[in-house]
Ligand binder design. Structure first.
Ligand code: 5GP
Length: 129
């Protein structure tokens, strides 16, 4: 069965898109730790990040770096943190999380954003990349 992220790639499920290439997609996490929390995924469905081949892994990191630089430009934070978990969604994704305190790196306190907030944040990051 297609992963929820594959359904986002196909457009079956909507997302707040931040960046896209032939092989990768970046979109806002729907339940963000912090404003600007973004997920970067390969379009090829793979469960675990270290099962990507070396080139795919490096290209995902290069894509994530570009997106992180965009986030840093427009989201007020001390730095952008990078986390890979994958316990909820078995489709490789890199979490890019704007960090101000260590709490932002924990997946406990969540931000409540309106659809308008999500739209504005995605547009701002997208234009900064
Ligand atoms: P993980 O698999 O790394 O534990 O977490 C998966 C992440 O994907 C979570 O932060 C969760 O909020 C996010 N997520 C799950 N389903 C969706 C979805 O349908 N859309 C978006 N944008 N994010 C999702």
């Amino acid at each position: 069965m297609a992963s929820i992220f594959t359904k986002i790639i196909s457009g079956e499920i909507p997302c707040y898109k931040v960046a896209e290439t032939t092989d990768f997609l970046a979109f806002l996490d729907i339940n963000p730790n912090a404003k600007g929390h973004t997920l970067c995924i390969p379009k090829k469905e793979e469960n675990k990040i270290f099962d990507l081949d070396e080139n795919e892994y490096v290209e995902l990191m290069k894509f994530s770096r570009k997106v992180a630089k965009g986030i840093e430009k427009v989201i007020d934070c001390k730095r952008v943190g990078m986390t890979v978990i994958g316990l909820e969604v078995p489709h490789v994704h890199v979490h890019l999380i704007p960090l101000t305190t260590m709490e932002d790196a924990r997946f406990i306190n969540k931000q409540n954003l309106s659809p308008e907030d999500f739209k504005n944040i995605a547009t701002q990051i997208s234009e900064a990349i």
